[in-house]
Design a protein around this ligand. Structure first.
Ligand code: ATP
Length: 358
């Protein structure tokens, strides 16, 4: 995927549903500004997958989509999937989980970096105290979709949901967390599980973690049960640099992390298979309660585009987008969730201008 600097990077754009359709055009605007500034070529292809399309013709994820993305694209940017008109959000599961599983995007990288002291709800905490990344296993655990109903809808109903943990799956995510720590100059990795209660699946996590950490003698390690981890994240987030955990706990821990840095509107994520086509998206969902009002914060989507730039090797562009977000927050050019008074498009315009003129 690493082409010569002059050939265009091919990026798939899937705005999706709800606020995804508002924040992704802003992220694209900012991405284009960063690419133009750096003299980079970019080829964008938009896909209209989401609730509208599903309600129109039943299309969710075309069966050849994973192969097409692997063959024809360097990365994917996605907005959000979910719509109250689709019971159970079947289309969202097919598209988002389908891409995560079929492209084997086994890493979900969710950075939690405080850009401005005013944004954290924690007393006496500043930028130096909150700078960590949650590395969430992204293809197994309780999200594997194994289970079922027995006697559904009756008083005797039974529902099961299997927690899938494979040695291969745990090994690769734990190893990724240590390698990520090394690459980014972090010194500590904390593995979180619930092995005191989940005595099979999470026992595997504990044993594998003990094996893999020996390969990384230069990195400090720690272990915390998930309940303690969440409490410690709120009590003293400065003790964390890299947190590695299973699919469900990673989802929850990264939302707590988002709460520490200013809310969901500001949090980006990368769904990654190292060396292969990978998908970048804001952590937030489709937020139907605020959709269509030009009030959604586009910064999570912009930072996701920035993460994508880093992934495809455009480090200066990634930095430019992050710098623009920091500047917008510091100059209070923000949406209402961050205390500002601008709309989604106005923040997007400001960020794009900043990237272009920096
Ligand atoms: P999912 O199940 O996909 O995680 P969800 O319904 O749990 O979705 P979101 O759709 O992320 O959660 O919305 C949670 C709340 O966060 C929304 O009600 C909204 O107020 C807020 N929110 C989400 N995204 C944004 C955003 N970009 N800007 C401002 N507020 C947001």
């Amino acid at each position: 995927m690493h082409e010569s600097a002059r050939s265009a990077k091919r990026i798939a754009i899937i705005p999706g549903d709800g606020v995804g359709k508002e924040v992704i055009p802003e992220a694209v605007k900012i991405l284009k500004a960063a690419a133009a500034k750096g003299g980079r070529r970019i080829a964008l292809t938009e896909f209209d997958w989401g609730a509208d399309r599903y309600l129109r013709d039943g299309m969710t994820l075309p069966s050849d989509a994973p192969e097409m993305f692997r063959r024809d694209f360097d990365a994917i940017i996605l907005g959000a999937m979910g719509d109250p008109r689709v019971p159970g959000n079947q289309h969202a599961a097919d598209i988002l989980l389908g891409l995560r599983f079929k492209l084997d995007l086994y890493v979900n990288e969710r950075p939690c970096v405080l850009f401005d002291q005013r944004l954290t709800p924690l007393k006496s905490r500043s930028e130096k105290d909150i700078n960590f990344c949650v590395i969430r296993e992204n293809t197994e655990g309780l999200y594997a979709g194994m289970g079922g109903f027995f006697k559904k809808g009756t008083a005797d109903e039974i529902a099961t949901q299997e927690d899938i943990n494979t040695r291969k799956g745990v090994e690769r995510i734990v190893r990724y967390a240590f390698e990520f720590a090394r690459r980014r100059g972090y010194r500590r990795v904390c593995m979180s599980d619930k092995s005191n209660a989940l005595t099979y699946g999470h026992d595997l996590w504990k044993r594998v973690f003990a094996e893999i950490r020996r390969e990384f003698a230069d990195i400090e390690w720690s272990h915390m049960y998930i309940d303690n981890l969440l409490m410690q994240m709120v009590r003293d987030p400065s003790q964390f640099q890299v947190i590695v955990t299973c699919n469900l706990f990673g989802d929850i821990a990264s939302d707590v992390g988002a709460g520490l840095i200013g809310g969901l509107g500001l949090a980006p994520s990368g769904n990654i298979h190292p060396g292969q086509v990978s998908l970048f998206e804001p952590v937030h969902g489709s937020a139907p309660d605020i959709a269509g009002k030009n009030i959604a914060n586009p910064m999570g989507a912009a930072l996701a585009a920035g993460m994508m730039c880093g992934y495809i090797g455009w480090t200066a562009e990634a930095q430019a987008i992050e710098d623009a977000v920091r500047a917008a927050i510091s100059e209070e050019k923000t949406t209402t969730d961050l205390g500002g008074s601008l709309g989604t498009r106005q923040v997007g315009d400001w960020l794009a201008d900043r990237v272009a003129s920096a």
